[in-house]
Every structure is written in C-alpha cells, then in structure tokens.
Design a binder for this molecule. Structure first.
Ligand code: SF4
Ligand code: SF4
Length: 165
C-alpha cells in the first residue's frame, strides 16, 4: 500500500504523474488564480494531510499518487514530507508566502479539498489563520460590507474583495 511500489524515486514518480496527466491532456490545474492560496501554501506546510487509505491510487477509484504517500496505520495514509519537525507536503511546489501550487491538485485527497480558505462563502477558518500566522502571514480578513447605495439606488463604489496578506 505504501512506498515506491515501482522502485522509482519519488522525484521520478512525481515527474511520471505529471507527464502522464499531460500525455492524456488532463492539465494539472493550479489553485484558482484569484485565490489567496496561490501566494500562501501555509497549511500545506503546517498540518499533516492524512486520509483514508483507499483515496490513494493503489485502491480502485483512488486518485492520490500512492508513491507520494506514507502509511500511518492500517486505515490511513499521509502525504510524504509532513511527519518531521518541518512539515511540507511533497506535492507542494513553490515558495510559501510568495507563489505556490499543488502539483497533484486534481488528484488531491478529500482532506485537502475540504480545507476551506478563510472567509470562503463568508465563513472564517481558524486553522487557515493559524497556519498563516505560523508562517508570518497575516490572517485573511472578511470582505468589507457593500457600501450603502448612493442616491438613485446605485452602489457608490465597487465592494472590495477579501485582502490577501
Ligand atoms: S493557509 Fe489558508 S490561505 Fe493559506 S493556502 Fe491554506 S487555505 Fe489557503
Ligand atoms: S496534496 Fe496539495 S493541497 Fe494537499 S497538502 Fe499537499 S500540496 Fe497541499
């Protein structure tokens, strides 16, 4: 279930995954370009990302490249790189707080998909705040309320979106 089943190095496996996706015209999607996550990545280098083992591609229907994971117990796998004192998911590319991308974005586990950026849909996320603070990044702030309508019922200015850092 775990490890480099093919005997390839992790770098080679990651490259193979990338090439395979490109070969099949399944482009690896970056995190949404407008998302503050593209210039953050703190949670991917703070929390250990673990998930039910069958989400790995060693199981039918699983997607997460098994070679990029390690076994936690009989039920759970974790992304490699997140066990030590300086955790960083092996799939995270780039510089935290500057520019990052998840190299397995379309294949990532449910725990990654379910981790919401703070103030997405107006909902705070203390775990997002905590990870950002740990990396010296200011927590995100909620979008400002729309300004009161100007005379004639038209907004006086466009409402700003949430600040990023
Ligand atoms: S810590 Fe928050 S802003 Fe940063 S990548 Fe994670 S969800 Fe996005
Ligand atoms: S798989 Fe992608 S989204 Fe999940 S922790 Fe790793 S880099 Fe972050």
């Amino acid at each position: 279930m775990t490890g480099t089943r093919t005997g390839l190095t992790l770098a080679a496996v990651a490259g193979k995954v990338k090439r395979t996706l490109m070969d099949t015209n399944t482009e690896i999607q970056p995190i949404e370009p407008t998302s503050p996550c593209t210039c953050c990545g703190a949670c991917c280098a703070y929390y250990r990302c673990s998930f039910y083992w069958a989400e790995a591609d060693c199981a039918p229907g699983g997607t997460v490249p098994t070679a990029l994971t390690e076994k936690l117990n009989d039920f759970r796998q974790a992304m490699r790189g997140m066990s030590g004192s300086n955790p960083r998911c092996i799939a995270l590319e780039g510089e935290i707080g500057k520019s990052v991308r998840c190299t397995i974005y379309d294949l990532r586990s449910s725990v990654c998909r379910d981790f919401a950026v703070a103030w997405e849909n107006g909902v705070p996320n203390e775990r997002c705040d905590k990870a950002r603070l740990a990396w010296g990044l200011v927590p995100l702030t909620p979008p400002a309320s729309p300004p009161p309508a100007a005379a004639g019922g038209q907004p006086s200015a466009e409402a700003p979106t949430s600040s990023q850092m």
